[in-house]
Design a protein around this ligand. Structure first.
Ligand code: BJW
Ligand code: ZN
Length: 252
């Protein structure tokens, strides 16, 4: 690990343009469940097709809204971990920095990051399912996930939906374009805690590699990105990112 960490730290220290691209794994050590991991992933306990598609919301809005309200409540009880904080600091050290996340929690922002590109939306930006008018958040519920009837839109009365991107929906055009441009121009892209299975987000590190930038991957498990990454740092991001930050700073 020491040698690969040194190699990654040298890449970060000499880069002008740095991108950090994150997935659910960076929030795992804060207590937010990932999606696809055996035993602990959300899709082990819940059926993605019944919860994370527009068809599921049309079919049973109270089931879907209740599940997302439960997840919002959970996100409010947790805090950023040392991985989120180190990510903010690595980017603060770079000449030109972009943070791209697939996560719908706000833990990067709570760790001090600004201008975060959210490719899959947010638990904290509900909107009307018909006219897209932004809606206010209600107090978060207590306890386990349960059915909650979504409130009606102030303007048109249609049910309010979570501000996330479901399967089959387009990603926000501005955010995706900005992410692709940052990835294409990056000297270094650090991919953290993503299985790399969900497209088009999974293309982002591939764009950097194709354009000749270096990809560093931080993940305890192998992923389809392994062969594309210049350096694979195997381990939890709450340990690896602070170590990478320390090594990439000149010693005093
Ligand atoms: C750690 C760690 C620690 C653990 N430290 N690491 C066939 C082929 C290709 C594509 C498709 C296909 N069929 C359908 C598609 C398209 C589909 C897709 O990609 N499906 C694949 C799953 C097959 N994509 C879409 O539908 C997208 N839209 C689209 O394509 O639109 C086209 C269109 C264009 C124009 C008009 C209309 C349409 C939309 C995708 C939206 C994804 N949404 C979700 C849910 C968001 C809301 C919610 O939160 O509920 O986003 S799905 C879920 O997966 C969530 C995540 O952001 C996303 C990625 O997951 P992530 O972050 O990688 O998490 P995990 O759990 O997979 O991995 C965690 C990783 O962390 C693991 O590797 C661990 O090892 C690691 N880890 N602990 C560091 N401590
Ligand atoms: Zn409306």
């Amino acid at each position: 690990m020491d040698e690969t960490l040194r190699e990654a730290a040298d890449l970060v220290a000499t880069a002008e343009r740095v991108v950090i691209f994150t997935g659910a794994g960076i929030s795992a050590e804060s207590g937010v469940p990932t999606f696809r991991e055996a035993l602990t992933g959300l899709w082990e306990r819940f059926d993605a097709a019944k919860l994370a598609t527009p068809e599921a919301f049309d079919e049973d809005p109270a089931l879907v809204w209740g599940w997302y309200e439960w997840r919002r409540a959970l996100a409010l009880t947790v805090a950023p971990n040392p991985g989120h904080i180190a990510a903010t600091e690595i980017l603060a050290d770079a000449g030109h920095a972009t943070l791209i996340t697939q996560n719908v929690d706000d833990l990067h922002e709570r760790a001090g990051a600004t201008g975060v590109l959210h490719l899959h939306g947010s638990l904290f930006t509900p909107r009307c399912s018909a006219c897209a008018r932004p809606a206010a958040l209600s107090p978060a519920p207590d306890g386990e996930p349960g059915r909650i009837t979504p409130p009606p839109c102030d303007r048109c009365g249609a049910p309010i939906r979570p501000g996330v991107v479901w399967f089959g929906e387009a990603l926000p055009t501005d955010g995706l374009e900005a992410a692709v441009e940052a990835a294409a121009n990056a000297d270094v892209l650090i991919s953290v805690g993503t299985s790399g299975l969900v497209y088009p987000a999974a293309e982002i590190p591939q764009v950097t590699a194709r354009m000749g930038g270096a990809v560093i991957q931080v993940n305890p498990e192998p992923t389809p990105l392994d062969p594309v990454a210049r350096v694979n740092l195997r381990g939890p991001s709450a340990e690896i990112l602070p170590a990478l930050l320390r090594q990439s700073r000149p010693s005093t």
